[in-house]
Write a protein of this length. Structure first.
Length: 100
């Protein structure tokens, strides 16, 4: 399979920045985190083909924040236990209020 020309397909993922001016290698961590946070399955697949699983794994394990559901998705995608994720550890050390 051929490497895509960019790591995502939907500009809606980057609604708050100028997606045309993103430097894919310089801002790799930002792009990977944002694609896993807001992208759909096809965006995630494209991102993995563009950056490779090794870089994706490194970035996701060091991410400071991922929504809980997306953290579990990332765990399944990169085949690493959720307790290795930095964002999981940060969430454990700062528990949310009880939903009463």
């Amino acid at each position: 399979m051929q490497k895509p020309t960019k790591p995502y397909d939907n500009k809606r993922i980057f609604w708050d920045v100028d997606a045309e001016k993103l430097e894919f290698e310089k801002k790799a961590s930002f792009i990977i985190e944002r694609v896993f946070e807001r992208g759909d399955v096809e965006d995630i697949r494209m991102c993995r083909r563009f950056y490779g699983d090794e870089k994706i794994t490194t970035v996701l394990l060091q991410a400071k924040y991922l929504p809980e559901k997306r953290m579990y998705l990332a765990s399944a995608v990169i085949d690493k236990p959720v307790n290795l994720f930095r964002c999981y550890m940060l969430r454990q050390s700062n528990p949310e209020l009880f939903p009463y």
